[in-house]
Structure formats: C-alpha cells, structure tokens
Ligand binder design. Sequence first.
Ligand code: NAD
Ligand code: MG
Length: 394
Amino acid sequence: MRSLSIFGATGSIGESTFDLVMRKGGPEAFRTVALTGGRNIRRLAEMARALKAELAVTAHEDCLPALREALAGTGTEAAGGAQAIAEAADRPADWTMSAIVGAAGLVPGMRALKHGRTLALANKESLVTAGQLLMRTAEENGATILPVDSEHSAVFQALAGEDTACVERVIITASGGPFRDWSLERIRACTVAEAQAHPNWSMGQRISIDSASMFNKALELIETREFFGFEPDRIEAVVHPQSIVHALVGFCDGGLMAHLGPADMRHAIGFALNWPGRGEVPVARIDLAQIASLTFQKPDEERFPALRLARNVMAARGLSGAAFNAAKEIALDHFIAGRIGFLDMAAVVEETLAGVSADPLFGKVPDALEEVLAMDHLARKAAEEAAGLRQQKR
Ligand code: NAD
Ligand code: MG
C-alpha cells in the first residue's frame, strides 16, 4: 500500500489533495503517515479520522490540547508546533504533498528531500526562497520533486520525453486577476475584498491577492527559472484571461507545445498523485467550442510592477529570492490588515530589495537552510520598516 503525508492539509490545495485521495479509496488505498494544519482543528481531526492518519500536527502549540481531545480514541497521535511539523517530514512516506503557504513550507519540504522522498510541491515559496539549495538537495539524495503549481505542472507535462537542449522558451500564462483591465488609479484604491475575488480560480486568500497584484506570477517566473533551470531570458509570462492554456514550451524548430486544462487544481495535484502514470481525475472536461476563443496579451509592468521586480531577482539569483518572498509576505500582511495600499506592496518589496542588496548573502548561492532563514529574517525586518514608513505617509 502506498503511504503519504500532506503538509497544509486544511488549506485549499490540502483539501483538494484530500478529496482526490478519498476518491481513490482513502484509507483502503493509502496509508496516511502525517497530516498537518493550522488552527482549524475540527477539520484537521475530521481528515485524520477519515484517512486513519498515524499523526496529525497543528502548527500552533496552543491548539494541541484541542487536537488531542478531537482525536481521543482514534489511535492518531497528536503533536503541535513548527518543530513537530519538521519532524513529521522525517517519517517515511512514499509521496508527500507540500502545501503549507509561505516560507514556512520550506523546512518540512527540505527534510523530505533529504530523505530522498517524492515531493509534490505546491509551496512555490520554497523554490523562490531556496531554489538552488532545494534542487541540489533533491539531486544529492535521489529525491523527486513534482511541480504542483498549475503552470509548472503544465511545463513539466509539455517537456515529457523532450530534449531540453532544444527548448527555446517557456511561456507561463496569467489570468491577469480581477484588476486585469483596471486603471492604475483604480487599482491604487482597491479594497482587500476586491483583491481577493479571483475571476477564475478558487484559492486561499493570500495567493488570490498575490494573483491580483501579479506577485503570484512574479513568484512563478522565479519558480520556473529555479525548477527547470532555463535562463531568465527564455522565460516569459503572458496574460490569458480564460485560464485554459497554463503554459507553452517553444522548441528550436518553431513548434510550441501548449498544455490546456480546466482551472481546477485537482488536475495538477492528480497528475502528481498518479505520476509516473496517468489516472482518472474528476475535473470538468474542456469544451473548446463553448469557450470559442482563447486570447493572449502582453502583461503591463507599469500597473503590475511585481513582474519587473521578478526579473531583477532572476538576474541576481542567490538569496535575492528569499528577500523578495519575505518582503512580499510582510507587505501582504500589511495590506490585508489595511495598513498600506495595494500598490504600496510592490513599493515595499522594491525598497526592501534595495535595502538588503548590499548584504553578502543577497547574491550568495545558499549552502544551508540557515543562510536562507537569515536572509528571510533580514528582509522581513527591512520590509516591516518600509511598510511602517508607507503607513505613515497615507
Ligand atoms: P491556504 O492558505 O488555503 O492553506 C495553507 C495551509 O498551510 C493550511 O493548512 C494552513 O493551516 C497551513 N499553514 C499556514 N501557515 C502555516 C505555518 N506557519 N506553519 C504551518 N502550516 C501553516 O493556502 P493554499 O491556497 O492551499 O496554498 C498552499 C500553497 O500552494 C501555497 O504555497 C500556494 O502558493 C500554493 N499554490 C496554491 C494554489 C491554489 O490554487 N490554492 C495554486 C498553486 C500553488
Ligand atoms: Mg500557478
């Protein structure tokens, strides 16, 4: 029987993973080693019961008594805190889903790779913050990373059986989010509710707002660079409002292989779960005649400065991605809390990058997780200051 663990089980990706696992037979088909979540103890315990999980972990130690109570009599062990999440990744599992949101996903993902596991990677932040370290750790330990971001799963699928030396370019698509056709002035004044209302995808709050600012696409450009290893000048983003084509790979003979799929993350998750084969996944089938037209447009870097900042990070590499992601996370916290405006987020990230770029770690290829965490820490501090100044100016 295959064994699996889901990190971030109670989130949007975690729920979709749980759904697919249950449809494939749940505890009859899989031995569930560990499930992790945050404060939604009721749901975490429900999932642990349904999958007869060996271990359930909440990220918050103060939630542990509630988790213990919810799991009483089930035989599922309960644990709490960041350390317990890291240790859960030490437990052997054939397949591990990395679906914690933010830089917090890096530690358990790295642990799983050190043990040579197969890691389905939804947590794009780990590639952005520590791409070179992550890929090297996977290689040195014979681990496999399967991309779960829809665009990266699409590139992975388009590249199957191809010679990467013949790849000229990789194009990932962006829906453009809710503000695709909004003026700069209107975007400047938007509310949190407007920013999190994604037109095509149903996702967690943070990634939805990142889609509106195109910080999500910025992260994904860096993710493409780090995961597939193509040079930055071969990687493009194009706006495609229908979210049907997820990525295209262009070859040296002029051919483009496009991947089309429904705007439902269960396709990419299911692909990773069934890999190396394919299996039935219960997503809606695309009706091309009904969609009628697929359109593409150039992204506007003036209204969406995150894309321009991503180019700088792709050029600087090293730990600049850790600084970029940390600054973005802090800026997003401040925007969600109503302390800074929507466009202030990009300004905070740009100011943070400028502030920490003189640090020797900025352009350094990381040798250890400690260096990544040190840059993350430094950038968070700088971003807090930059956000504080922006707030005063409002
Ligand atoms: P979400 O907010 O819905 O869920 C996040 C999960 O992580 C929850 O289980 C939460 O409890 C847990 N978590 C949050 N903070 C934590 C911490 N500090 N320590 C431990 N656990 C913590 O997020 P999501 O939308 O499911 O996204 C998960 C990841 O997948 C993100 O990296 C996101 O960028 C990526 N992703 C998501 C989608 C999508 O459609 N939702 C698509 C592509 C990639
Ligand atoms: Mg994506």
